[in-house]
Design a protein around this ligand. Sequence first.
Ligand code: NAD
Length: 482
Amino acid sequence: MTTNPSHSTPSSYYDVIVIGAGPAGYSCAIRCAQLGLKTACIDSWQNKKGQQTLGGFHLNSGCIASITLLESAKFYHRLHHQIDQHGIHVDNISLDLPAMIARKNNIIHKLGDNILSTFKDLAIDSIHAKGKLLSAKQVEITPLDNSPSMIINAKNIILATGSSPIQLPYAPIDNDYIIDSLQALNINELPHTMAIIGAGVNGLEIASIWNRLGVKTILLEAQEDFLPLPDLHISREAYRIFTEQGLDLRLGARVIAAKKQGANVVVDYQDQDGTHTLTVDKLIVASGRKPNTENLTAPEANLLLDETGYINVDENCRTNLPGVYAIGDLNLLGPMLAHKGIEEGNFVAESCAGLKSYIHYDTLPSVIYTDPEIAWVGQTEQTLKTLGIAIKVGIFALNATARAQATGKTEGLIKIITEADTDKLLGVHIIGHQASELIAEAVLAMEFSASGEDLARTIHAHPTVSEAFHDVALVIKQSTTH
Ligand code: NAD
């Protein structure tokens, strides 16, 4: 059995056993250990060399991998298309894709090592094995190296095994031509054309990377509406920007079959005009994710799951079994977001330590790491109107800020919504460069129940992009100077 070298054999009893070392699981294990609880964290992820890698899908194949590659892709695109405007002429720009992928892998490796060394520092037993819940107090661990299974016990058990891509029977993954979102971040040879099934968060993030590297990218999305989750203003602006960038977004296009033919993939999809066939070099399946609950629990444990495989929990992440919690992508308390899992991990750890803790889902930010980024917190205008709440809306184009002009990142807008009667901030929606960073101010403002007036009276440094917050609040007061 592979374990943290400082703890070669798992103990038979722990205060807390965490199954899964993604953002939810590792955060939970770390917080438990900080609070003095004897903690084990079980995870079965391994790299190509068969070595244990912590961080789960999010670090190894998800957001971290995606933002790292996107940064390289944006760099490449900027050198090709925008550097001349700065009076800088660069000749012979070439792409070394394996080096780009290697940089991404090195960063992932470093971050994974950081988690492992934190585990060591805090004396968390890191167990490289598959964990299965046998009862409210017992976990079976099955090592990946064929050594015998063993049973370990704990007062509290935290399930945090995350989610994985949904596979489509009519577009079977062959790990070469038809690939999943994990493999889409490890392509070593630049394809000419690529189709992606699904224009959800994942599909768009992958599309942004490859589009920026010059790949002709086609997104096939079964739904008629583009990006239904964010505010409509933002989705419309995103559609305009992405199509202008050359992304081929086909809505109402349901893929019904895909197969390899020679050195290509032939994809059949249906839209309102009938059936169409498309030939591309690569097909990426990004059609959604499902919770990893298969084989996670023995039937006799009687853990309650819903019909789609999510674990039933109350508002405190407690399952039907006393002392057993499910956090992160395994429950339906919020969207599948790493920071939601991290907060739940901390919250549950504090609960296990007997502390009074809380988690505030209303101010959970959402981010889509495209170019430009999309981020939002709180309610959309559409939802508030449906709820019959009287609101005021302010919209401010980011190109009106001097900083955006100076950096050349002028695309996008910021929209804020306040309650008409009370001026309370109800939602903030951004599309633009580093929207993921800008949204933090909105989250903090909403966490402290700020009003539009509060934002309007908060002095922002000039020139910055963040002063758009100030300006958008002034738009509501009809007193902006920009
Ligand atoms: P999703 O459900 O958001 O999008 C999948 C899309 O695929 C849907 O729009 C669906 O209509 C489409 N689809 C399914 N079958 C199809 C077919 N046959 N033909 C055409 N289209 C088809 O799933 P996702 O993008 O994988 O994201 C899953 C979860 O993970 C979400 O909760 C998301 O928020 C989260 N996630 C978050 C981030 C982030 O925080 N930046 C990144 C990736 C994923």
